[in-house]
Ligand binder design. Structure first.
Ligand code: GDP
Ligand code: MG
Length: 175
């Protein structure tokens, strides 16, 4: 519903996190509604767009994905430039990727804008039996760093829409 006062926001959203955590899969699940079992880590023009309509605003997402550069543990400044929102992803079945996620958050704090909307995503919730990082651990770290926390699965689609709605909602409030 495009009533009076309905804002249209264009928002650059960047994906961060170690290789293999599911960044590309999350974007593809959100944008195309599909999951690919053998998602090639290095594939991708690394750019997706999607529109979400809330009662407060319509958000046009420009989603920036890496094309494998995260293997060098840092990304070019242009990747962060102008971003309104960021998602830091780890794989809940790998403690190493959670440790590394904290490095990505620090990288974001160095390069990103002050009022960035930030989400911490524990992906691969379908691998619950192999979980290595507890919910409380993730939640606490997110809270300490001004991020919201959510557990997702690009495979089953659990919480994928919720993730992007949460970002859109926070953007609508902030801008
Ligand atoms: P990226 O390197 O962070 O972009 O990760 P990808 O999206 O390429 O995913 C790496 C691998 O993990 C691929 O084999 C995906 O199919 C798989 N994967 C991604 N998300 C999930 C998930 O939620 N659950 C499971 N079980 N596997 C996933
Ligand atoms: Mg990828």
């Amino acid at each position: 519903r495009l009533g009076s006062g309905n804002k249209i926001l264009q928002a650059k959203l960047v994906l961060l996190g170690d290789m293999g955590t599911g960044k590309t899969s999350l974007a593809l699940r959100f944008v195309k509604g599909q999951f690919f079992h053998n998602q090639e880590s290095t594939i991708g023009a690394a750019f997706f767009t999607q529109i979400l309509s809330l009662s407060e605003a319509t958000v046009k997402f420009d989603i920036w994905d890496t094309a494998g550069q995260e293997r060098y543990h840092s990304l070019a400044p242009m990747y962060y430039r102008g971003a309104a929102a960021a998602i830091v992803v780890y794989d809940m079945s790998s403690i190493d990727t959670f440790v590394r996620a904290k490095k990505w958050v620090q990288e974001l704090q160095r390069h990103g804008s002050q009022k960035l909307v930030m989400g911490l995503v524990a992906n691969k919730s379908d691998l619950e039996p192999k979980r290595e990082v507890g919910t409380e651990e993730g939640e606490q770290y997110a809270q300490e760093n001004g991020m919201f926390y959510i557990e997702t699965s690009a495979k089953t689609a659990e919480n994928i829409n919720e993730l992007f709605y949460e970002i859109a909602k926070r953007l609508a409030i902030a801008f």
